[in-house]
Design a protein around this ligand. Structure first.
Ligand SMILES: Cc1ncc(COP(=O)(O)O)c(C=O)c1O
Length: 390
């Protein structure tokens, strides 16, 4: 028995996605830029995927630029807007301290090119305070980037409020919506943003496919140059099977999001409640609401998160210690650190992220196993009793 509780790292592609991708690989192999029949078949697959994505986020298909995933979309948003806005003399970028590395490391790269950067703090809620943004905004601010849902905590940021404050100061607003798209309703107009990143493998689509939504009229320079693909906004022969798979996943999400969200929230809430009740010295990190329905981040006193991850893996249960990129490094999570949690909490916390294949029975199995696993690890570290950290 294997249980997969790590859907914020990646999700298994839905069977319908696999079928579409297989068909496109076998039958629609043309280059979407070719004028002939084979090219047009591939192009039709891409048009279909673009419309499906537009339907998922309330966008015009023509405003969607396909990318190789969330990391490229974030890089495109920040580097592309920075390059386009440099002539205005505005050279200040703001992001939250709990962004994904795709944003944080890109900010560092821009800082090396002379950009001023500010990271917005978050309190123990894991939510950015709009007042902190107002305090950081200056007449020099060109771009503000705040993620929609945090990948480690699931907390949802007040994007509409933040975007409106950024706009009042003349800055562009980008949101990394990789962890919210297909989990909760995302509507680009309601969010009021200029740029939005998404990634297919987080919603039962394939890896290596994503998109940047660019509001019409937004100043942005292509970072991948070459042919005239994607209306010269992103050069390179498109990965049509993966894009078709992303389109299929988007259609699926539109149909199932409300019911699946409610199902996962109920599962997650029960899991959380029962862990807290059954195991002393446990806590949930970050605000309980607003959160995406599938995610919880739990702290276990007297335990190293990596040891718990390995012990659970040996029992067939896959969880994570936070972002996939930092697992295996023993680095405490930058998100939990930014929240100002005490040092032990940044190192004793695991993320559980549920998804399509998870069931009540799997949560039962996890809840049956967990107390003994935690008890054993605590006895190894010398923590005999609940709450008695050493
Ligand atoms: C919030 C967030 N942004 C960006 C990414 C990167 O997306 P991709 O894996 O498609 O490059 C991830 C993936 O972990 C993420 O969680």
């Amino acid at each position: 028995m294997r249980i997969y509780f790590d859907h914020n790292a990646t999700t298994p592609p839905d069977q319908s996605v696999v079928e579409v991708m297989t068909t496109v690989l076998e039958e629609d192999f043309g280059n979407a830029s070719s004028v002939h029949y084979f090219g047009q078949r591939a192009k039709a697959r891409m048009d279909d995927a673009r419309s499906a994505l537009g339907g998922l986020i309330g966008a015009e298909p023509s405003e969607i630029v396909f990318t190789s995933g969330g990391t490229e979309a974030d890089n495109f948003a920040l580097r592309g807007a920075a390059e386009a806005l440099e002539p205005t003399g505005r050279r200040h970028l703001i992001a939250s301290a709990i962004e994904h590395e795709a944003v944080l490391v890109t900010l560092k790269a821009l800082a090396r090119r002379g950009w001023k950067t500010t990271l917005l703090p978050v309190g123990q809620t894991g939510i950015v305070d709009p007042e902190a943004l107002s305090a950081a905004l200056t007449d020099e601010t060109a771009i503000v980037s705040v993620m929609h849902a945090n990948n480690e905590l699931g907390t949802i940021q007040p994007i509409a409020e933040l975007a409106s404050r950024a706009h009042a100061k003349g800055a562009l607003f980008h949101t990394d919506a990789v962890q919210s798209v297909a989990k909760i309703p995302v509507d680009v107009a309601a969010l009021g943003v200029d740029l939005l990143s998404l990634s297919a493998h987080k919603f039962n689509g394939p890896k290596g496919a994503g998109a940047l939504w660019i509001k019409r009229g937004t100043r942005i320079t292509a970072i991948l140059t070459g042919g005239k693909h994607e209306r010269t906004r992103r050069a390179g022969t498109e990965n049509v099977p993966a894009l078709a798979g992303m389109g299929a996943a988007a259609k699926l999400a539109v149909g199932k999001m409300a019911a699946e969200g409610a199902r996962l929230a109920a599962l997650r809430d029960r899991l959380e409640r029962e862990v807290l009740a059954a195991i002393p010295g446990t806590a949930v990190n970050g605000a309980l609401e607003p959160r995406v329905p599938n995610t919880t981040n739990l702290s276990f006193d007297g335990i190293e998160a990596e040891s718990l991850l390995i012990a659970l893996d040996l029992q067939g249960i896959a969880v994570s210690t936070g972002s996939a990129c930092s697992s295996g490094t023993l680095e405490p999570s930058h998100v939990l650190r930014a929240m100002g949690l005490p040092a032990h909490r940044t190192q004793n916390s695991i993320r559980i992220s549920l998804g399509q294949g998870n069931t009540e029975a799997q949560v039962d199995s996890f809840l049956e196993l967990l107390p003994a696993v935690v008890g054993k690890l605590r006895s190894l570290t010398g923590m005999k009793k609940a709450g008695g950290r050493q």
